[in-house]
Design a protein around this ligand. Structure first.
Ligand code: BJW
Length: 252
């Protein structure tokens, strides 16, 4: 058995309040690339400056919207994996016991919701929601794929993906809910995230300052690993179902 798994399962079973931050590693086993994997990550092939900034969209909206639409279509063809399902099961088990739970995700693929997670805060938006740059209105009711690039809204403004690019602020409600959950929880997890993007990666410090025990689940160590009391070193799709079974399996 993986080091620390039983200890962390005991902590999970006994926690009054749990906050979980997820990143691209959780969706990797669904076939969605991460960003910073040296070989297969998006940023190994694509330059984030040319695709994931407001300046890139201003410079070349066709290139940017084509890239995001390709990703929107790819994600639709992918399914939640055992990590997403285990997180939904953990939420259900905790909520059935009256415990507090929040899943904070940096992912824009909505696979957590498709797996049945209910209390989800999306820090970096979502690939399915696009926003009119003229009116600011958001919509999910869109052709898939778009018929032309860059796509336009009924009001004649360019549509941009409803994701958060570098240099943009996060949705205030989302970051407030995330910070408050990190500050209130007694057990905090960061799962499948490289821990290099702010403000999400700072949540572990909020949790620690308020006395939470912190657990990192990632096959590799990260620049923030030393902030965590426990490491679960393995793929989320294997580790999380085992964690759920150890913590709650007997009670189902
Ligand atoms: C597995 C696994 C398996 C693999 N199981 N695990 C200088 C210093 C500090 C901060 C800044 C700075 N300059 C600018 C900033 C701020 C900037 C930032 O943090 N930059 C850093 C890169 C330095 N942040 C921002 O701009 C944010 N806004 C903001 O802060 O506003 C105020 C402000 C603005 C400007 C200056 C200062 C303040 C916005 C950040 C938006 C991030 N957007 C993206 C793109 C979203 C849209 C899209 O999808 O295209 O969000 S970037 C990308 O990174 C995406 C992700 O959500 C995010 C995090 O990535 P994640 O999820 O961690 O993925 P990876 O690939 O990095 O890691 C995957 C991990 O999984 C790895 O560790 C693997 O080992 C692991 N893994 N298989 C479990 N099976």
């Amino acid at each position: 058995m993986l080091d620390n798994l039983e200890t962390v399962a005991d902590l999970l079973r006994d926690a009054d309040s749990v906050a979980i931050l997820t990143g691209a590693g959780v969706s990797k086993e669904s076939g969605i690339p991460t960003f910073r994997d040296a070989l297969e990550g998006y940023w190994a092939t694509y330059d984030p400056e040319k695709l994931a900034t407001p300046e890139a969209f201003e410079r070349d909206p066709e290139l940017v919207t084509r890239w995001y639409d390709e990703r929107r279509m790819k994600v639709r063809a992918c399914d939640p994996n055992p990590a997403h399902h285990a997180l939904a099961d953990i939420e259900a088990a905790l909520r059935a016991r009256g415990r507090s739970f929040l899943l904070i995700t940096q992912n824009v693929d909505r696979l957590h919701q498709r797996a049945g997670s209910e209390q989800v805060v999306e820090l970096h938006g979502c690939l399915d929601r696009w926003r009119c740059t003229k009116t600011g209105e958001s919509t999910t009711d869109l052709p898939a794929p778009f018929e032309e690039y860059p796509p336009t809204s009924a009001h004649g403004g360019l549509l941009r993906p409803g994701v958060v690019w570098f240099g943009e602020g996060l949705p205030p409600d989302a970051i407030e809910a995330a910070a408050s959950a990190a500050q209130m929880c007694d057990l905090y997890f960061a799962i499948g995230t490289s821990g290099v993007v702010y403000p999400a990666t700072g949540l572990v410090m909020d949790a620690k300052r308020h006395g939470a025990i912190c657990v990192e689940c990632n096959p590799d160590s990260t620049p923030v690993s030393e902030q965590f009391e426990y490491a679960l070193r393995g793929p989320a799709g294997t580790v999380l179902p085992e964690l759920y079974a150890l913590a709650f399996g007997q009670d189902q």
